[in-house]
Design a protein around this ligand. Sequence first.
Ligand SMILES: C[S@@+](CC[C@H](N)C(=O)[O-])C[C@H]1O[C@@H](n2cnc3c(N)ncnc32)[C@H](O)[C@@H]1O
Length: 258
Amino acid sequence: MAQELGSIETNKKLFSDKRAKRYENRKLEYNFNTVPFEWHFLKALSSINDGLEVIDIGCGTGELIRKIAQQKQGQFLGVDLSQSMIKSAKDKSKDISNLSFDVMSSLDLKIKDKSFDVAIMRGSLHHFPDPLKSIKEAFRILKDKGELHILDILSYEEKEIDKIFNKTNVLRQPANHKFYAKSKLNKFCKNAGFKEIKIFEHKITMELEKWLKTYQNYDEVKSFFLNSSEKIKKAFNLRSDNAKYLLDFKSFYLIAKK
Ligand SMILES: C[S@@+](CC[C@H](N)C(=O)[O-])C[C@H]1O[C@@H](n2cnc3c(N)ncnc32)[C@H](O)[C@@H]1O
């Protein structure tokens, strides 16, 4: 039977040993070629105070939460669906006493209500098969006035562009479930019960070929972009520069207050 895209089972399979190894070896600036680590990291450092209890949901090998734990006072926990990611995160964090890791699904966090001051989801929301349920879980485990910080790539308000952005991203990488536009992210957070929501944006310019080479269906996605209408090319600012194709996406840092 075909695997459902972005489902728990697909993600468990795809985020296994091979991917964890690749994450271990990657350089910080690499980060999926799309998620700008430096911007996210600096924004997280300036938005998260000392002395807090912080959880990173879908932490992967723990890159972000480890960096934060190394620079901030507080208690830090990283959770991820993948045992391989958590094993690697633990191996890389042996010397950090205020940081721990556990295997958990965003849909069913084995954590008591009102346990954390800050919950982070970085590059993980777009993999969750039920984003609203995952955001509601984050709301449940946050203390009163706690904050959810979502760091990811933004989709587009216009339906046609949103559809194309998601179609090509799922073709590239079947563990992707969906990327969301600002209005949808706001809706999820409001529905979950968050009161104040702020979204900061950051433009990322990418090399089409480099972006496509990281995963699969290279030819199909490349030809799709190159043969697309002027309207689509304009939406992604697709252009050629010194024999390279460049396109622009937007990354975001969302802060939702309980
Ligand atoms: C693109 S990686 C991002 C990892 C990390 N946050 C980072 O920024 O380096 C997405 C991670 O989400 C995890 N994941 C996918 N679905 C999940 C779920 N339902 N619950 C928890 N983690 C999940 C994957 O195992 C993977 O490690």
